[in-house]
Design a protein around this ligand. Structure first.
Ligand code: UP5
Ligand code: MG
Length: 203
């Protein structure tokens, strides 16, 4: 992978499509920094003294999108912290490549991130049926401890995905930034396909 400034790849797809799983592969393959918006929100929820803890807890359980100011700030902080390992300053003109997983999932977030951080170079969209995603999430729910891995929260997450997050994918499609990947298949097959697409777009 080449490029000498900040490279951002958004990784989108429904709940349980396999975003986190595939991001872990891409970290090993290409040395991306992986930032999951959901993981950052869950960490903020647990942080002692966070003013957003209760709000985040409530939104996640109900599958709703946390107000964008909170999430964009968490992402920007995490990006700057990562870039600061290698130098000082703000995000512009700095080297680094980031997979932003599970974000943006509402149009206002997409616009805000582009204005205040930077535009994405590409969008990986993992496409999977609700039947398959539900099956995966209910299995994971037996051990994940996630407050939203239960049938009722899953149903709400699916609704939010269709109504609120798919318009973001459509928006990036009009910019020709979206690479759609069939995520219904074995993880290793999805991985190989992803490698091919990433190398074609960014290599
Ligand atoms: N698995 C993975 N790939 C598989 C495959 N190909 N075949 C079979 N099994 C496969 O995978 C899910 C499970 O499926 C795992 O057990 C895995 O082994 C298996 P994973 O890789 O974790 O899928 P992922 O798409 O990452 O699923 P996740 O549950 O994380 O997706 P969500 O988008 O629902 O969760 P996220 O953490 O991104 O967001 C949670 C909540 O945070 C949101 O609902 C929302 O309330 C809030 N949020 C915001 O408010 N704003 C944001 O910007 C982001 C999140
Ligand atoms: Mg995830």
């Amino acid at each position: 992978l080449s490029g000498d400034d900040v490279t951002v790849v958004f990784v989108l797809g429904g709940p349980g499509a396999g975003k986190g799983t595939q991001c872990a592969n891409l970290v090993k393959d290409y040395g991306f920094t992986h930032l999951s918006a959901g993981d950052l929100l869950r960490a903020e929820q647990e942080r002692p003294g966070s003013q957003f803890g209760d709000l985040i807890k409530d939104y996640i359980k109900n599958g709703l999108i946390v107000p964008m100011e909170v999430t964009v700030q968490l992402l920007e902080n995490a990006m700057v912290a990562d870039l600061d390992k290698s130098g000082k300053g703000d995000i512009k003109g700095r080297k680094g490549k980031f997979l932003i997983d599970g974000f943006p999932r509402k149009l206002d977030q997409a616009h805000k991130f582009e204005e205040s951080v930077c535009p994405a170079k590409m969008v990986l969209f993992y496409d999977c049926s609700e039947n398959e995603m539900e099956k995966r999430l209910l299995i994971r729910g037996q051990t994940s401890g996630r407050s939203d891995d239960n049938a009722e929260s899953i149903r709400k997450r699916f609704r939010t995905f269709v109504e609120t997050s798919m318009p973001v994918v459509d928006y990036y499609q009009t910019q020709n930034k979206v690479v759609k990947i069939n995520a219904e298949r074995d993880p290793e097959v999805v991985h190989k396909d992803t490698q091919k697409q990433v190398e074609a777009q960014l290599g």
